[in-house]
Design a protein around this ligand. Structure first.
Ligand code: ZN
Length: 180
């Protein structure tokens, strides 16, 4: 199984809004497996189909660093049905190289989604897992975490990126170990 190519900001594919999956078939399941493999190889704790240039509402998440694969979630058409509290988390993203920033999110979320086994499930998530869900669902709506920062912060990053790319210095090294 080949690894998928992760799109990097400012790739326009990252701005696409993904469409719901109508049939959970073998093709969808195989693609979720490729997404999971790509996420672990990156390494990251979450990956949305939008990040690999696919327009279906698919995400994979595994926030358990200690036991990779044990708590892997492969979700189809995930959505947030309840959110409460607030939390500030230093976020990084596999699609935004050499940058991380604090983002305010809901502290707890209730997610409803379909599994590869065609079951509808609910997941209660808190802390990093809640942050990861909100970050991935943003990707499915064509939004990056830097879109949630102030214009000044986003512009400073954009300039830094342009400079790094020009100097050939942008190597995609993670600023932190948690990238979503
Ligand atoms: Zn991301």
């Amino acid at each position: 199984m080949a690894l998928l190519r992760i799109r990097k900001y400012p790739d326009p594919a990252l701005k696409q809004s993904a469409k719901p999956v109508a049939d959970i078939d073998a093709g969808v399941n195989a693609f979720l497996d490729s997404m999971a493999q790509t996420m672990y190889a990156a390494p990251g704790v979450g990956l949305a189909a939008t990040q690999v240039g696919d327009s279906r509402r698919l995400v994979v998440i595994d926030t358990d660093h200690q036991n990779p694969g044990k708590h892997l979630l492969k979700l189809i058409n995930p959505r947030i049905v309840e959110a409460e509290g607030s939390i500030v988390w230093e976020e990084g993203c596999l699609s935004v190289i050499d940058f991380s920033a604090e983002v305010k999110r809901a502290a707890k979320v209730l997610i409803r989604a379909w599994t590869p086994e065609q079951k509808e499930i609910e997941i209660e998530a808190a802390d990093l897992q809640a942050v990861a869900f909100q970050h991935e669902l943003d990707h499915l709506d064509g939004r990056l975490f830097i879109d949630r920062l102030s214009r000044i912060k986003r512009e400073l990053y954009r300039r830094k990126l342009v400079k790094m790319l020009k100097e050939g210095k942008a190597d995609g090294q993670p600023p932190s170990h948690v990238r979503i």
